[in-house]
Design a protein around this ligand. Structure first.
Ligand code: MEV
Length: 318
């Protein structure tokens, strides 16, 4: 039986976005990938007490959603998050308002959905006087990612819940790793949103049609992710840039790049980026460019000229 909810206290919690440095898509097939949190772009969740008997109201202005937990569909990600948290804690529905907001672009490969889930799960539990273990936040986020993506590899929930660089291979314990020297990354939004589920499904169809070809690509990308981890651990940024470039060419062969993404990648490289690639599921979303600090303004300008609708700068490893 559920415990009656304790008094709700007003709290706010947040979770970062993420970028995959190497290994998207092939990670779904068990090959390694590396990802880092983007701590300066975050999702935030706030919980405030509400009058007795009002139940849990969920507000997500960025997603144009306003819903009541009792009336929300089974597959609504925010409602599913709340139900998983309450079931985990063994609490009945509290009288509260949960509001989520995010700096992260939606459907663009930066883990917006996972960050919102992680922040909401933490805030709801904290408002009821409980702090969730990071492992629990990751697990709840993974469950909700299934609604968004069908068959998530588990990398997004892991990097977002732990907020640390991760070397991830499905079915193995995720490893965190050391960043020898902080490095600068520009993240450029193509202005095109894309569905991770759609891109993952398309790759799966092509893999079924020509498995040997796709396994070869996945194997190469796995080796790139492995080498990229070593490059990050050694501060070998030139080598990391080359690996990002090679990863992009293989993602293009996989069929998940589009002209706009290729244009952004080539523009960044031509003005001095050490390397550039799409990040996330592709078919839209963002590209990342690894840039030495002095070249940041020129590469940013190149990305804007190539049609990026927004360019963010993040320093990885600070
Ligand atoms: C999405 O951020 C990355 C993909 O590899 C899907 C996944 O890992 O679940 C495309």
């Amino acid at each position: 039986m559920n415990r009656p909810p304790p008094d709700v206290v007003a709290v706010e919690r947040s979770a970062p976005g993420k970028i995959i440095l190497c290994g998207e898509h092939s990670v779904v097939y068990g090959y390694p990938a590396i990802a880092v949190p983007v701590s300066d772009l975050r999702a935030r969740a706030r919980v405030e007490p509400a009058p007795p008997g009002s139940g849990l109201q969920i507000e997500a202005p960025d997603l144009h959603q306003s819903l009541h937990l009792r009336l929300a569909a089974e597959d609504n990600p925010l409602a599913h998050t709340a139900r998983l948290v309450l079931a985990h804690l063994g609490h009945a529905e509290p009288d509260a308002v949960l509001t989520v907001e995010s700096d992260l672009p939606i459907a663009s490969g930066m883990g917006s959905g996972a960050a919102i889930t992680a922040a909401a799960a933490r805030a709801l539990a904290a408002a009821l006087g409980e702090e969730l273990l990071t492992e629990t936040v990751s697990q709840i986020t993974y469950e909700v990612e299934k609604i968004h993506h069908g068959t998530p590899s588990g990398i997004d929930n892991t990097v977002i819940a732990w907020e640390r660089p991760v070397y991830f291979a499905k079915g193995r314990c995720p490893e965190t790793f050391r960043i020898a020297a902080p490095f600068d990354v520009l993240i450029a939004h193509s202005g095109i949103t894309s569905s991770t589920r759609g891109a993952v499904d398309e790759v799966r169809h092509r893999w079924h049609a020509t498995p040997a070809y796709y396994e070869m690509i996945f194997t190469c990308i796995g080796a790139i992710a492995h080498a990229a981890r070593a490059a990050v651990e050694q501060g070998a940024l030139q080598a990391l840039g080359t690996l990002l470039n090679e990863n992009h060419e293989l993602l293009a062969k996989m069929g998940v790049s589009i002209c706009k993404l290729d244009g952004l990648v080539y523009a960044a490289r031509s003005r001095g980026a050490l390397g550039a690639k799409l990040t996330g599921a592709g078919q839209g979303g963002n590209v990342i460019a690894l840039v030495n600090e002095p070249a940041l303004p020129a590469v940013r300008q190149a990305l804007n000229e190539a049609g990026a609708i927004h360019v963010w700068h993040t320093r990885v490893g600070t």
